[in-house]
Write a protein that binds this ligand. Structure first.
Ligand SMILES: *Cc1c(COP(=O)(O)O)cnc(C)c1O
Length: 244
């Protein structure tokens, strides 16, 4: 398994480098986030020891379960799943960034806890770019208003936009979602949203990371292409499976 993971990491980094070259971007500007849902800590360790520095989980429970086994490793942790109210306190034990902020009530609870703890948190706004009802995230047109509402919550620092996008066997059907996230940032800039010209785009997964980079992704989130197929039934884009 070690060899497989190391080889897969090489392949993914080559894909990133190639996509950057094609679109005239610097590979150093694209971060790889390991999407580690359902992956055993031993396997995550292999990737971190090979030099990876950013992991993301969809469930707070998985951070908790794997924490001890990985606690000696220095790695940045982001939350990328659907955050439930009763997990707000716990998620803050593990992450420096929540990439999936999609509603005010959660933002307010995060802020309340963070005030108590005297710290800040980076957040990305999750955007529904595929207009599928099964997907979480704000409609693109609602993002500017949402960010204005967050302004009074001093502990939250908006750093970017995240999307899952449309997943389809036909790759070209996936591109409009990626384009739309980039355009959403452009709309924020045009609307004068503070710092929005610095906002990062988190988009692109195993299937579409190349296209995502061409569309301007700053963070690609990759699981399957590194760790192999997950257990059936735990696929996240069946988001009805999201943490209860
Ligand atoms: C699982 C997951 C990914 C990675 O998907 P793969 O197709 O396995 O690369 C990316 N983002 C989110 C939010 C995920 O849940």
């Amino acid at each position: 398994m070690k060899e497989t993971i190391i080889n897969n990491l090489h392949t993914v980094h080559n894909r990133i480098a190639h996509a950057c070259e094609k679109s005239g971007r610097n590979p150093a500007d694209v971060r790889l986030l390991l999407a580690t849902k359902t992956v055993f800590p031993e396997y995550i360790r292999i990737a971190i020891e090979a030099g990876e520095r950013l992991i993301g989980e969809n469930k707070v429970q998985e951070f908790r379960d794997k924490h001890e086994a990985l606690s000696d490793l220095s790695v940045e942790r982001h939350f990328i799943g659907h955050l439930q109210h009763n997990k707000v306190k716990d998620v803050l034990k593990y992450v420096s960034c929540v990439q999936s902020l999609d509603r005010l009530s959660i933002a307010q609870e995060l802020d309340k806890r963070l005030q108590q703890e005297g710290r800040n948190l980076d957040v990305f706004i999750q955007v529904n770019t595929s207009y599928e009802e099964s997907k979480f995230g704000l409609q693109p047109a609602d993002v500017a208003g949402f960010i204005r509402e967050l302004k009074s919550l001093d502990t939250l620092q908006v750093k970017g936009l995240m999307t899952i996008g449309l997943l389809d066997v036909d790759r070209e059907k996936m591109r409009p979602s990626l384009t739309l996230l980039r355009q959403t940032r452009e709309q924020l800039i045009a609307a004068g949203i503070e710092n929005s010209d610095q906002f990062k785009l988190s988009m692109g997964m195993s299937q579409d990371l190349d296209m995502a980079i061409a569309e301007g992704a700053d963070i690609v989130r990759v699981g399957t292409a590194i760790f192999g197929n997950r257990v059936i039934g735990k696929e996240i884009w069946n988001e009805s499976e999201a943490e209860k």
